[in-house]
Design a protein. Sequence first.
Length: 464
Amino acid sequence: MHITIFGSGYVGLVTGACMAEMGNHVVCVDIDADRIKRLNAGEVPIYEPGLNDYIERNMAAGRLEFTTDVAKGVDHGLFQFIAVGTPPDEDGSADMQYVLAVAKSIGEHMNDYRIIVDKSTVPVGTADKVKETILAALKERGVRHECDVVSNPEFLKEGDAIDDFMKPDRIIVGTDNPRTTELLRALYEPFNRSHDRMISMDIRSAELTKYAANAMLATKISFMNELANIAEQFGADIESVRIGIGSDPRIGYHFIYPGAGYGGSCFPKDVRALAKAAADSGYEASLMQAVESVNDRQKQRLFEKISTYFDGNLKGKTIALWGLAFKPKTDDMREASSRVLMEALWDAGASVRAYDPEAMEATRALYPDHEELALCDSAHDALKGADVLAIVTEWQEFRSPDFDTIKKELTDPVIFDGRNLYDPKLLKTLGLGYCAIGRSNMGDSEDPAYGRRKTDNVQSNASS
Ligand SMILES: NC(=O)c1ccc[n+]([C@@H]2O[C@H](COP(=O)([O-])OP(=O)(O)OC[C@H]3O[C@@H](n4cnc5c(N)ncnc54)[C@H](O)[C@@H]3O)[C@@H](O)[C@H]2O)c1
Protein backbone atom coordinates (compact mmCIF):
# COMPACT_ATOMS: atom_id res chain seq x y z
CA MET A 1 0.00 0.00 0.00
CA HIS A 2 1.05 3.61 -0.47
CA ILE A 3 1.48 5.47 2.80
CA THR A 4 2.56 9.01 3.60
CA ILE A 5 3.67 9.99 7.07
CA PHE A 6 3.89 13.60 8.20
CA GLY A 7 6.45 14.02 10.97
CA SER A 8 9.75 12.11 11.13
CA GLY A 9 10.19 12.09 14.91
CA TYR A 10 9.97 9.10 17.26
CA VAL A 11 6.47 8.06 16.16
CA GLY A 12 6.73 8.97 12.48
CA LEU A 13 10.08 7.23 11.91
CA VAL A 14 9.04 4.06 13.71
CA THR A 15 5.66 3.96 11.93
CA GLY A 16 7.30 4.59 8.56
CA ALA A 17 10.08 2.03 9.04
CA CYS A 18 7.71 -0.69 10.33
CA MET A 19 5.12 -0.08 7.60
CA ALA A 20 7.89 -0.27 4.98
CA GLU A 21 9.23 -3.46 6.59
CA MET A 22 5.87 -5.08 5.83
CA GLY A 23 6.28 -4.29 2.14
CA ASN A 24 4.39 -1.00 1.93
CA HIS A 25 5.79 1.97 0.00
CA VAL A 26 6.23 4.78 2.51
CA VAL A 27 7.05 8.45 1.99
CA CYS A 28 7.95 10.39 5.16
CA VAL A 29 7.50 14.16 5.04
CA ASP A 30 9.03 16.57 7.55
CA ILE A 31 9.35 20.36 7.53
CA ASP A 32 12.75 20.09 9.21
CA ALA A 33 15.04 20.17 6.16
CA ASP A 34 18.12 19.33 8.18
CA ARG A 35 16.45 16.23 9.63
CA ILE A 36 15.43 15.04 6.15
CA LYS A 37 18.93 15.72 4.81
CA ARG A 38 20.45 13.61 7.60
CA LEU A 39 17.95 10.81 7.02
CA ASN A 40 18.69 10.79 3.30
CA ALA A 41 22.39 10.62 4.13
CA GLY A 42 21.72 7.49 6.19
CA GLU A 43 21.89 9.18 9.60
CA VAL A 44 19.03 8.48 12.02
CA PRO A 45 18.48 11.60 14.14
CA ILE A 46 17.13 9.78 17.24
CA TYR A 47 18.32 6.82 19.27
CA GLU A 48 15.87 3.94 19.19
CA PRO A 49 17.14 0.34 19.36
CA GLY A 50 16.78 -1.45 16.01
CA LEU A 51 15.49 1.58 14.12
CA ASN A 52 18.70 2.18 12.12
CA ASP A 53 18.59 -1.31 10.61
CA TYR A 54 14.94 -1.00 9.64
CA ILE A 55 15.48 2.37 8.00
CA GLU A 56 18.64 1.34 6.18
CA ARG A 57 17.13 -1.91 4.86
CA ASN A 58 13.91 -0.34 3.62
CA MET A 59 15.59 2.70 2.08
CA ALA A 60 17.89 0.36 0.18
CA ALA A 61 14.87 -1.63 -1.01
CA GLY A 62 13.24 1.58 -2.27
CA ARG A 63 10.26 1.22 0.09
CA LEU A 64 11.12 4.14 2.37
CA GLU A 65 11.73 7.72 1.25
CA PHE A 66 12.26 10.99 3.09
CA THR A 67 11.29 14.38 1.71
CA THR A 68 10.30 17.93 2.57
CA ASP A 69 8.09 17.99 -0.53
CA VAL A 70 4.55 18.20 0.85
CA ALA A 71 2.86 17.96 -2.57
CA LYS A 72 4.77 14.75 -3.30
CA GLY A 73 3.69 13.31 0.05
CA VAL A 74 0.02 14.18 -0.41
CA ASP A 75 0.08 12.77 -3.91
CA HIS A 76 1.73 9.51 -2.81
CA GLY A 77 -0.37 7.92 -0.09
CA LEU A 78 -3.97 6.79 0.09
CA PHE A 79 -3.20 6.81 3.83
CA GLN A 80 -1.93 10.15 5.11
CA PHE A 81 -0.60 9.62 8.64
CA ILE A 82 -0.23 12.60 10.94
CA ALA A 83 2.60 11.96 13.42
CA VAL A 84 3.71 15.49 14.28
CA GLY A 85 4.23 16.86 17.77
CA THR A 86 1.44 18.09 20.04
CA PRO A 87 3.54 19.90 22.67
CA PRO A 88 1.95 21.63 25.64
CA ASP A 89 0.72 25.17 25.13
CA GLU A 90 1.37 27.72 27.85
CA ASP A 91 -1.93 26.89 29.55
CA GLY A 92 -1.25 23.13 29.48
CA SER A 93 -3.55 22.33 26.57
CA ALA A 94 -2.18 20.45 23.56
CA ASP A 95 -0.79 22.81 20.95
CA MET A 96 -2.59 21.80 17.77
CA GLN A 97 -0.80 24.10 15.33
CA TYR A 98 1.37 21.35 13.81
CA VAL A 99 -1.50 18.89 13.34
CA LEU A 100 -3.70 21.54 11.76
CA ALA A 101 -0.83 22.75 9.55
CA VAL A 102 -0.58 19.22 8.14
CA ALA A 103 -4.35 19.11 7.62
CA LYS A 104 -4.15 22.40 5.70
CA SER A 105 -1.30 21.08 3.55
CA ILE A 106 -3.29 17.97 2.70
CA GLY A 107 -6.29 20.09 1.68
CA GLU A 108 -4.05 22.33 -0.40
CA HIS A 109 -2.59 19.46 -2.40
CA MET A 110 -4.97 16.50 -2.51
CA ASN A 111 -6.39 15.56 -5.89
CA ASP A 112 -8.13 12.32 -4.93
CA TYR A 113 -9.76 10.47 -2.03
CA ARG A 114 -7.53 10.37 1.05
CA ILE A 115 -7.73 8.69 4.46
CA ILE A 116 -6.14 10.89 7.08
CA VAL A 117 -4.90 8.77 9.98
CA ASP A 118 -4.21 10.73 13.13
CA LYS A 119 -1.42 9.10 15.15
CA SER A 120 -0.48 12.16 17.14
CA THR A 121 -1.96 12.34 20.64
CA VAL A 122 -4.74 14.87 20.26
CA PRO A 123 -7.65 16.19 22.31
CA VAL A 124 -11.11 14.77 21.77
CA GLY A 125 -12.74 16.50 18.83
CA THR A 126 -9.53 16.96 16.82
CA ALA A 127 -10.64 14.69 13.97
CA ASP A 128 -13.55 17.09 13.36
CA LYS A 129 -11.14 20.04 13.27
CA VAL A 130 -8.78 18.21 10.91
CA LYS A 131 -11.66 17.50 8.54
CA GLU A 132 -12.95 21.10 8.72
CA THR A 133 -9.44 22.38 7.96
CA ILE A 134 -9.07 20.10 4.93
CA LEU A 135 -12.53 21.00 3.60
CA ALA A 136 -11.79 24.72 4.04
CA ALA A 137 -8.55 24.36 2.04
CA LEU A 138 -10.36 22.42 -0.69
CA LYS A 139 -13.06 25.08 -0.81
CA GLU A 140 -10.42 27.76 -1.16
CA ARG A 141 -9.09 25.88 -4.18
CA GLY A 142 -12.61 25.50 -5.55
CA VAL A 143 -12.31 21.71 -5.78
CA ARG A 144 -14.19 18.81 -4.19
CA HIS A 145 -12.58 15.56 -3.02
CA GLU A 146 -13.73 13.01 -0.48
CA CYS A 147 -11.72 12.31 2.65
CA ASP A 148 -12.13 10.36 5.90
CA VAL A 149 -10.35 11.18 9.13
CA VAL A 150 -9.44 8.29 11.42
CA SER A 151 -8.11 8.32 14.96
CA ASN A 152 -5.36 5.72 15.36
CA PRO A 153 -3.44 6.70 18.50
CA GLU A 154 0.04 5.29 19.00
CA PHE A 155 1.03 3.34 22.13
CA LEU A 156 4.69 2.60 21.41
CA LYS A 157 7.23 3.04 24.21
CA GLU A 158 10.49 4.74 23.40
CA GLY A 159 13.28 2.21 23.84
CA ASP A 160 10.99 -0.67 22.78
CA ALA A 161 9.27 1.15 19.95
CA ILE A 162 10.03 -1.27 17.12
CA ASP A 163 8.81 -4.27 19.10
CA ASP A 164 5.74 -2.39 20.29
CA PHE A 165 4.85 -1.42 16.74
CA MET A 166 5.56 -4.81 15.18
CA LYS A 167 3.75 -6.72 17.95
CA PRO A 168 1.22 -4.27 19.37
CA ASP A 169 -0.94 -5.02 22.42
CA ARG A 170 -3.77 -3.30 20.60
CA ILE A 171 -4.46 -1.27 17.49
CA ILE A 172 -7.09 1.32 18.30
CA VAL A 173 -9.01 2.56 15.29
CA GLY A 174 -11.68 5.24 15.66
CA THR A 175 -13.78 5.82 12.56
CA ASP A 176 -17.26 6.94 11.57
CA ASN A 177 -17.22 4.99 8.32
CA PRO A 178 -17.26 1.15 8.15
CA ARG A 179 -15.44 1.20 4.81
CA THR A 180 -12.49 3.05 6.35
CA THR A 181 -12.44 0.58 9.22
CA GLU A 182 -11.98 -2.24 6.71
CA LEU A 183 -9.23 -0.38 4.84
CA LEU A 184 -7.40 0.15 8.14
CA ARG A 185 -7.91 -3.51 8.99
CA ALA A 186 -6.25 -4.45 5.70
CA LEU A 187 -3.39 -2.03 6.34
CA TYR A 188 -2.74 -3.50 9.79
CA GLU A 189 -3.32 -7.12 8.79
CA PRO A 190 0.43 -8.00 8.83
CA PHE A 191 0.64 -6.82 12.46
CA ASN A 192 -2.37 -8.90 13.41
CA ARG A 193 -1.29 -12.37 12.41
CA SER A 194 -1.26 -14.30 15.68
CA HIS A 195 -4.61 -12.84 16.76
CA ASP A 196 -6.76 -9.84 16.00
CA ARG A 197 -5.50 -6.89 17.98
CA MET A 198 -7.61 -4.27 16.29
CA ILE A 199 -10.22 -2.59 18.45
CA SER A 200 -12.52 -0.33 16.49
CA MET A 201 -14.68 2.33 18.07
CA ASP A 202 -16.05 5.80 17.47
CA ILE A 203 -13.53 8.56 16.84
CA ARG A 204 -13.97 10.47 20.09
CA SER A 205 -13.54 7.34 22.22
CA ALA A 206 -10.37 6.47 20.31
CA GLU A 207 -8.98 9.95 20.91
CA LEU A 208 -9.78 9.69 24.62
CA THR A 209 -8.38 6.14 24.91
CA LYS A 210 -4.85 7.42 24.34
CA TYR A 211 -5.13 10.04 27.09
CA ALA A 212 -6.79 7.52 29.38
CA ALA A 213 -3.91 5.03 28.94
CA ASN A 214 -1.21 7.60 29.68
CA ALA A 215 -3.17 9.13 32.55
CA MET A 216 -3.61 5.67 34.12
CA LEU A 217 0.11 4.89 33.87
CA ALA A 218 1.09 8.30 35.24
CA THR A 219 -1.37 7.78 38.10
CA LYS A 220 0.30 4.47 39.01
CA ILE A 221 3.68 6.20 39.15
CA SER A 222 2.48 9.13 41.23
CA PHE A 223 0.62 6.76 43.54
CA MET A 224 3.81 4.80 44.22
CA ASN A 225 5.85 7.96 44.64
CA GLU A 226 3.35 9.31 47.13
CA LEU A 227 3.50 6.02 49.03
CA ALA A 228 7.31 6.08 48.93
CA ASN A 229 7.28 9.46 50.61
CA ILE A 230 4.82 8.17 53.21
CA ALA A 231 7.07 5.12 53.76
CA GLU A 232 9.98 7.46 54.49
CA GLN A 233 7.89 9.26 57.09
CA PHE A 234 7.23 6.00 58.89
CA GLY A 235 10.56 4.25 58.41
CA ALA A 236 9.00 1.60 56.16
CA ASP A 237 10.62 0.21 52.99
CA ILE A 238 8.67 0.98 49.83
CA GLU A 239 10.36 -1.91 48.01
CA SER A 240 8.82 -4.38 50.47
CA VAL A 241 5.50 -2.58 50.16
CA ARG A 242 5.74 -2.76 46.35
CA ILE A 243 6.27 -6.50 46.40
CA GLY A 244 3.52 -6.86 48.97
CA ILE A 245 0.87 -5.06 46.94
CA GLY A 246 2.00 -6.33 43.54
CA SER A 247 1.20 -9.88 44.59
CA ASP A 248 -2.50 -8.98 44.43
CA PRO A 249 -3.50 -9.80 40.84
CA ARG A 250 -5.91 -6.87 40.87
CA ILE A 251 -2.87 -4.62 41.37
CA GLY A 252 -0.01 -6.53 39.69
CA TYR A 253 3.72 -5.82 39.55
CA HIS A 254 3.77 -3.79 36.36
CA PHE A 255 4.57 -0.12 36.49
CA ILE A 256 4.56 0.32 40.26
CA TYR A 257 8.17 1.36 40.71
CA PRO A 258 8.80 4.41 42.87
CA GLY A 259 11.42 6.82 41.56
CA ALA A 260 12.51 10.33 40.73
CA GLY A 261 9.28 11.19 38.88
CA TYR A 262 8.07 10.58 35.36
CA GLY A 263 9.21 12.62 32.36
CA GLY A 264 9.36 12.21 28.62
CA SER A 265 7.36 13.59 25.77
CA CYS A 266 4.04 11.99 26.73
CA PHE A 267 2.99 11.53 30.36
CA PRO A 268 3.59 15.09 31.61
CA LYS A 269 1.97 16.80 28.66
CA ASP A 270 -0.87 14.32 28.28
CA VAL A 271 -1.90 14.43 31.95
CA ARG A 272 -1.83 18.23 31.79
CA ALA A 273 -3.73 18.35 28.51
CA LEU A 274 -6.42 15.96 29.76
CA ALA A 275 -6.93 18.02 32.92
CA LYS A 276 -7.09 21.22 30.88
CA ALA A 277 -9.49 19.82 28.30
CA ALA A 278 -11.73 18.49 31.08
CA ALA A 279 -11.66 21.88 32.82
CA ASP A 280 -12.51 23.65 29.57
CA SER A 281 -15.50 21.36 29.22
CA GLY A 282 -16.67 22.29 32.73
CA TYR A 283 -15.32 19.29 34.67
CA GLU A 284 -12.55 19.62 37.23
CA ALA A 285 -10.27 16.58 36.89
CA SER A 286 -8.89 16.74 40.43
CA LEU A 287 -7.19 13.33 40.27
CA MET A 288 -5.22 14.38 37.18
CA GLN A 289 -4.18 17.62 38.89
CA ALA A 290 -2.97 15.63 41.90
CA VAL A 291 -1.04 13.18 39.69
CA GLU A 292 0.78 16.12 38.13
CA SER A 293 1.54 17.93 41.37
CA VAL A 294 2.82 14.74 43.07
CA ASN A 295 5.10 14.24 40.08
CA ASP A 296 6.38 17.82 40.12
CA ARG A 297 7.23 17.42 43.79
CA GLN A 298 8.85 14.03 43.20
CA LYS A 299 11.22 15.49 40.65
CA GLN A 300 12.62 17.67 43.47
CA ARG A 301 13.16 14.76 45.89
CA LEU A 302 16.71 13.85 44.94
CA PHE A 303 17.80 17.47 45.12
CA GLU A 304 16.18 17.82 48.55
CA LYS A 305 17.96 14.70 49.78
CA ILE A 306 21.33 15.88 48.47
CA SER A 307 20.78 19.34 49.90
CA THR A 308 19.76 17.92 53.28
CA TYR A 309 22.86 15.73 53.31
CA PHE A 310 25.06 18.81 52.84
CA ASP A 311 23.08 20.80 55.43
CA GLY A 312 21.67 23.04 52.71
CA ASN A 313 25.10 24.22 51.54
CA LEU A 314 25.90 22.96 48.07
CA LYS A 315 28.18 25.79 47.03
CA GLY A 316 31.30 24.38 45.42
CA LYS A 317 30.09 20.78 45.62
CA THR A 318 30.41 18.48 42.62
CA ILE A 319 27.74 15.90 41.95
CA ALA A 320 28.38 12.91 39.69
CA LEU A 321 25.20 12.15 37.77
CA TRP A 322 24.48 8.82 36.12
CA GLY A 323 21.65 8.92 33.63
CA LEU A 324 20.21 11.92 31.80
CA ALA A 325 17.53 10.56 29.44
CA PHE A 326 14.02 10.45 30.86
CA LYS A 327 14.24 6.66 30.83
CA PRO A 328 16.68 3.99 29.61
CA LYS A 329 17.08 2.99 25.96
CA THR A 330 16.29 6.45 24.62
CA ASP A 331 18.12 9.74 24.14
CA ASP A 332 14.95 11.74 24.77
CA MET A 333 15.50 14.54 27.29
CA ARG A 334 11.99 16.01 27.14
CA GLU A 335 10.83 16.74 30.72
CA ALA A 336 13.57 14.45 32.06
CA SER A 337 13.95 14.37 35.85
CA SER A 338 17.71 14.87 35.36
CA ARG A 339 17.02 18.39 34.09
CA VAL A 340 15.13 19.36 37.22
CA LEU A 341 17.91 17.95 39.39
CA MET A 342 20.76 19.59 37.45
CA GLU A 343 19.05 22.97 37.34
CA ALA A 344 18.35 22.88 41.09
CA LEU A 345 21.97 21.89 41.79
CA TRP A 346 23.29 24.73 39.63
CA ASP A 347 20.97 27.22 41.33
CA ALA A 348 22.39 26.07 44.66
CA GLY A 349 25.99 26.63 43.49
CA ALA A 350 26.96 23.01 42.75
CA SER A 351 28.44 21.61 39.56
CA VAL A 352 27.57 18.39 37.77
CA ARG A 353 29.68 15.69 36.11
CA ALA A 354 27.20 13.71 34.02
CA TYR A 355 27.19 10.55 31.96
CA ASP A 356 24.47 8.86 29.92
CA PRO A 357 25.00 6.05 27.40
CA GLU A 358 22.90 7.78 24.71
CA ALA A 359 21.68 11.23 25.72
CA MET A 360 24.97 13.17 25.72
CA GLU A 361 24.34 14.93 22.41
CA ALA A 362 20.77 15.82 23.37
CA THR A 363 22.01 17.19 26.72
CA ARG A 364 24.73 19.23 25.04
CA ALA A 365 22.12 20.74 22.73
CA LEU A 366 19.99 21.72 25.75
CA TYR A 367 22.84 23.18 27.82
CA PRO A 368 25.49 24.29 25.32
CA ASP A 369 28.71 25.35 27.03
CA HIS A 370 27.20 25.30 30.52
CA GLU A 371 30.08 26.09 32.86
CA GLU A 372 28.84 23.88 35.67
CA LEU A 373 28.19 20.84 33.50
CA ALA A 374 30.93 18.40 32.51
CA LEU A 375 29.70 15.76 30.06
CA CYS A 376 31.86 12.72 30.76
CA ASP A 377 32.89 9.80 28.56
CA SER A 378 31.95 7.07 30.99
CA ALA A 379 30.24 6.36 34.29
CA HIS A 380 33.68 6.05 35.88
CA ASP A 381 34.85 9.36 34.41
CA ALA A 382 31.82 11.12 35.92
CA LEU A 383 32.93 10.04 39.42
CA LYS A 384 36.34 11.69 39.17
CA GLY A 385 36.60 14.63 41.53
CA ALA A 386 32.93 14.36 42.52
CA ASP A 387 31.69 14.58 46.10
CA VAL A 388 28.66 12.26 45.82
CA LEU A 389 26.85 10.25 43.13
CA ALA A 390 23.23 10.69 42.03
CA ILE A 391 21.41 8.25 39.74
CA VAL A 392 18.39 9.33 37.75
CA THR A 393 18.04 6.86 34.86
CA GLU A 394 18.11 3.09 35.38
CA TRP A 395 20.33 2.12 32.43
CA GLN A 396 21.41 -1.50 32.71
CA GLU A 397 25.10 -0.63 32.91
CA PHE A 398 24.41 1.12 36.25
CA ARG A 399 22.82 -1.94 37.84
CA SER A 400 25.99 -3.74 38.85
CA PRO A 401 28.69 -1.10 39.18
CA ASP A 402 32.11 -1.47 40.72
CA PHE A 403 31.29 -0.21 44.20
CA ASP A 404 34.95 -0.14 45.23
CA THR A 405 35.67 2.34 42.45
CA ILE A 406 32.70 4.47 43.45
CA LYS A 407 33.94 4.50 47.04
CA LYS A 408 37.47 5.35 46.00
CA GLU A 409 36.58 8.18 43.62
CA LEU A 410 33.97 10.05 45.66
CA THR A 411 35.04 12.50 48.34
CA ASP A 412 31.95 11.52 50.32
CA PRO A 413 31.04 7.98 49.27
CA VAL A 414 27.27 8.31 49.19
CA ILE A 415 24.87 7.29 46.43
CA PHE A 416 21.60 9.16 45.98
CA ASP A 417 19.62 6.65 44.01
CA GLY A 418 16.50 7.95 42.25
CA ARG A 419 15.64 4.47 40.90
CA ASN A 420 16.25 2.14 43.88
CA LEU A 421 18.80 0.04 42.01
CA TYR A 422 20.80 -1.37 44.89
CA ASP A 423 20.50 -3.42 48.04
CA PRO A 424 20.88 -0.99 50.95
CA LYS A 425 22.28 -3.67 53.23
CA LEU A 426 24.99 -4.59 50.73
CA LEU A 427 26.02 -0.97 50.34
CA LYS A 428 26.20 -0.56 54.07
CA THR A 429 28.53 -3.54 54.39
CA LEU A 430 30.68 -2.02 51.63
CA GLY A 431 30.92 1.23 53.57
CA LEU A 432 28.90 3.23 51.08
CA GLY A 433 26.20 5.65 52.14
CA TYR A 434 22.94 5.06 50.36
CA CYS A 435 19.92 7.29 50.07
CA ALA A 436 17.16 5.94 47.85
CA ILE A 437 13.46 6.62 47.32
CA GLY A 438 11.04 5.47 50.02
CA ARG A 439 13.60 3.45 51.93
CA SER A 440 15.23 6.03 54.15
CA ASN A 441 15.61 3.67 57.09
CA MET A 442 17.35 1.00 55.06
CA GLY A 443 20.94 0.40 56.01
CA ASP A 444 20.44 1.83 59.46
CA SER A 445 17.10 0.80 60.80
CA GLU A 446 17.73 2.69 63.99
CA ASP A 447 17.75 6.06 62.33
CA PRO A 448 15.07 7.08 59.86
CA ALA A 449 17.18 10.11 58.98
CA TYR A 450 19.62 7.80 57.23
CA GLY A 451 21.16 9.60 54.32
CA ARG A 452 21.84 12.77 56.25
CA ARG A 453 25.41 13.78 56.61
CA LYS A 454 26.00 12.50 60.09
CA THR A 455 29.19 10.56 60.54
CA ASP A 456 27.36 7.94 62.59
CA ASN A 457 24.85 7.43 59.75
CA VAL A 458 26.88 7.67 56.60
CA GLN A 459 30.46 6.62 56.46
CA SER A 460 32.67 8.99 54.56
CA ASN A 461 36.14 8.47 53.16
CA ALA A 462 37.50 10.32 56.11
CA SER A 463 35.78 8.09 58.65
CA SER A 464 36.17 4.75 56.90
N1 LIG B 1 7.38 9.81 21.55
C1 LIG B 1 6.57 8.85 22.01
O1 LIG B 1 6.96 7.94 22.73
C2 LIG B 1 5.11 8.85 21.62
C3 LIG B 1 4.34 7.71 21.83
C4 LIG B 1 3.00 7.73 21.48
C5 LIG B 1 2.44 8.88 20.95
N2 LIG B 1 3.20 9.99 20.78
C6 LIG B 1 2.58 11.18 20.20
O2 LIG B 1 2.93 11.23 18.82
C7 LIG B 1 3.12 12.59 18.40
C8 LIG B 1 4.52 12.76 17.83
O3 LIG B 1 5.44 12.55 18.88
P1 LIG B 1 7.00 12.41 18.60
O4 LIG B 1 7.64 12.10 19.92
O5 LIG B 1 7.23 11.52 17.45
O6 LIG B 1 7.34 13.92 18.17
P2 LIG B 1 8.74 14.51 17.67
O7 LIG B 1 8.83 15.87 18.22
O8 LIG B 1 9.83 13.52 17.89
O9 LIG B 1 8.56 14.61 16.08
C9 LIG B 1 7.65 15.46 15.46
C10 LIG B 1 8.16 15.76 14.05
O10 LIG B 1 7.12 16.43 13.34
C11 LIG B 1 7.74 17.37 12.47
N3 LIG B 1 6.74 18.33 11.98
C12 LIG B 1 6.19 19.39 12.63
N4 LIG B 1 5.30 20.01 11.82
C13 LIG B 1 5.28 19.34 10.66
C14 LIG B 1 4.55 19.48 9.44
N5 LIG B 1 3.68 20.46 9.27
N6 LIG B 1 4.79 18.60 8.45
C15 LIG B 1 5.66 17.60 8.60
N7 LIG B 1 6.38 17.41 9.73
C16 LIG B 1 6.19 18.26 10.74
C17 LIG B 1 8.84 17.95 13.31
O11 LIG B 1 9.81 18.61 12.53
C18 LIG B 1 9.38 16.68 14.01
O12 LIG B 1 10.42 16.08 13.27
C19 LIG B 1 2.79 13.43 19.61
O13 LIG B 1 1.45 13.80 19.59
C20 LIG B 1 3.06 12.49 20.78
O14 LIG B 1 2.30 12.82 21.91
C21 LIG B 1 4.53 10.00 21.09
